[in-house]
Design a protein around this ligand. Structure first.
Ligand code: NAD
Ligand code: COI
Length: 331
């Protein structure tokens, strides 16, 4: 059986080499290039392809892949939002993803950022770097004194809740489909409005579906406590960044952690050293001492990368045998 992989990064190669040792009967070829209508021909003769890219999987690239006889597509990530699913349906693509690769990676990152915002570490680090070792006015707030509102209690939100329990914070949560175990612990509030009214911090763990577009907008922020801290490691389109900037300017929001950004494609995972950002808002946010921007790196741990590689290649083998992997995407 032959598998061809696109967009393989250097940090993925050790996991891929490990996988190859465990699966010596599978021929694996790969390129660092992304899947496009041009590169599709490289997969000719493969039983399945393994892919990860933030750029679109458009009709042209899917058609070109189908043209060389490959219609098994295993994603190394969870999101399928950048696939032209009409085209995928037309060319009869089988798709798999990696829905759960390491919820801890994202949950930990979100809670690290939240703790840093409460302790004003960005400002403190900047003072220390300038040899200013005075305490005031950079005073912190303790996690155990805070009520933290968790929106979305799926795989990642639930790990975040466990981390918060370790800090001794009071957790309140909201989910359209509450989890039975958390329900029995009495963590849920009935409405987002209740969560906004009570929470000192709000952290998001819901998908970026159209129905959740700009869940956090000026109206939602208006319902939150003065000095609220907001963290978003979920999806950029959940937040209206203009409303966040207005909230930071007025002091309504005292801290913002942003790992995902609505306009992140082409911006994140690029080196902008000695170049102006193409987007004034990102420059503004990065310059603020009470804002922590990370370029969609919440997932980026050795464990998560290794799971993404190994689970996607396992699924590609299942496809190659003409079977459905557990991570088959129904669309
Ligand atoms: P999940 O599907 O396990 O959980 C999502 C939860 O959100 C579900 O329980 C669902 O019922 C709930 N939900 C959906 N819409 C809601 C709404 N409007 N109000 C309340 N609850 C709602 O997802 P997950 O694996 O926990 O992922 C959570 C988020 O993290 C997703 O947005 C995902 O794309 C994102 N993510 C980010 C990174 C990163 O590196 N930053 C990596 C992986 C996933
Ligand atoms: C996802 O898996 O959907 C993520 O958000 C992480 C991605 C950048 C690899």
């Amino acid at each position: 059986m032959k598998i061809f992989a696109y967009g393989i990064r250097d940090d993925e190669k050790p996991s891929l080499e490990e996988w190859k040792v465990i699966n010596p009967e599978i021929q694996v070829d790969y390129t660092q290039d992304l899947l496009t209508s041009e590169t599709a021909k490289l997969a000719k003769g493969a039983d399945s392809v393994v892919v990860y890219q933030q750029l679109d999987y458009n009709r042209d690239s899917l058609a070109a892949l189908a043209d060389v006889g490959v219609t098994n597509l295993s994603l190394r990530n969870v999101g399928t939002d950048n696939i032209d699913l009409d085209a995928a349906r037309e060319f009869k693509f089988n798709i798999s993803n990696v829905p759960v690769y390491s919820p801890n990676a994202i949950a930990e990152h979100s809670m690290i950022q939240l703790a840093r915002l409460f302790r004003q570490t960005k400002e403190l680090d900047a003072k220390v770097a300038e040899h200013n070792l005075r305490w005031a006015p950079t005073i912190g707030r303790e996690m155990r004194m805070q009520t933290v509102g968790i929106i979305g209690t799926g795989h990642i939100g639930r790990v975040a809740i466990n981390i918060l329990k370790g800090f001794g914070a009071k957790v309140i949560a909201y989910d359209k489909y509450p989890n039975a175990e958390l329900m029995s612990e009495g963590l849920y509030v009935d409405t987002l409005d209740e969560l906004y009214a009570q929470a000192d911090a709000v952290s998001l763990y819901v998908p970026g579906l159209p129905e959740n577009y700009h869940l956090i907008d000026a109206e939602a922020i208006g319902k939150m406590k003065d000095g609220v801290v907001i963290v978003n490691t979920a999806r950029g389109n959940l937040i209206d960044v203009d409303a966040i900037i207005a909230g930071l300017n007025s002091g309504k929001i005292s801290g913002f952690g942003m790992d995902v950004y609505e306009n992140e494609v082409g911006l994140f995972n690029e080196d902008w050293t000695n170049r102006d950002f193409p987007d004034e808002k990102i420059a503004d946010l990065i310059a603020r001492k009470n804002v922590l921007v990370t370029p969609h790196t919440a997932f980026y741990t050795t464990k998560a990368v290794s799971e993404m590689v190994q689970q996607s290649f396992d699924a590609a083998v299942v496809f190659g045998k003409g079977e459905k992997p557990e991570t088959f995407v129904e669309y």
